[in-house]
Write a protein that binds this ligand. Structure first.
Ligand code: ITT
Length: 192
């Protein structure tokens, strides 16, 4: 392969990760190593599932960016709140935040909850691919830790909150790590 061709290949294989969330980007990039963050925004429709939100967003984004593109929609699903905030997680985090979730869980015994991540990927000439990951845990009774982002301080696994874990520890177990690793496996098998 000549220098010119190898330079072209390198540019082509770099994947754009469309997200406004630096924390997400850092976690994903710790798995891929060569992602490019694109904070260009896209329409997040009101829908029943993360898959619908991701697929709709991807249609818009794929028209605006040439080359391999991924985006991810994630949510926190609390069992005692019938899956809330779920697809409304971004809005709820911005409005009532972690304190609001803790307040709505006061006196609630069933603290079970999970995070779900759906990553969508497309490249020219290929069909849309989606991969899902989940991590199950509990809503704590207080915010703990300063690492991570979003709901991490109130989401506990074995008495430790995600915000108390280093990025590498979170990436051993998280919803995002699972969906991203599934995408990475698919890319390793399906791209030259
Ligand atoms: P983009 O859509 O621009 O990627 P976002 O932060 O809006 O960024 P989501 O809609 O996927 O991302 O996330 C919904 C909410 O859930 C948002 O408030 C996040 O902070 C939060 N969230 C997502 N993943 C999380 C994680 O791993 N730990 C804690 N909170 C998370």
């Amino acid at each position: 392969m000549g220098a010119q061709e190898s330079r072209y290949r390198k540019v082509f294989v770099m994947i754009y990760f469309v997200t406004s969330n630096k924390g997400k980007f850092l976690e994903a990039n710790a798995i891929f190593g060569d992602l490019i963050q694109k904070d260009i925004g896209y329409t997040e429709i009101q829908a029943d599932t993360l898959e619908e939100v991701a697929a709709f967003g991807m249609r818009e984004v794929a028209e605006r960016l040439q080359g391999p593109v991924m985006l991810e929609d994630a949510g926190l699903f609390v069992e005692a709140l019938s899956g809330f905030p779920g697809v409304y997680s971004a809005y709820v985090q911005k409005t009532i935040g972690n304190r609001g979730i803790l307040r709505s869980m006061e006196g609630v015994e069933n603290r079970r909850a999970y995070f779900r991540s759906v990553v969508a990927y497309i490249e020219p000439g290929m069909e849309l691919q989606m991969f899902r990951g989940e991590v199950h845990g509990k809503i704590g009774t207080e915010e703990r830790g300063t690492k991570g982002f979003g709901y991490d301080p109130i989401f506990y696994i074995n008495e430790i909150s995600l915000a108390e874990m280093d990025l590498s520890e979170k990436n051993e177990i998280s919803h995002r790590a699972s969906s991203m690793k599934a995408l990475k496996r698919w890319l390793d098998e399906n791209r030259n």
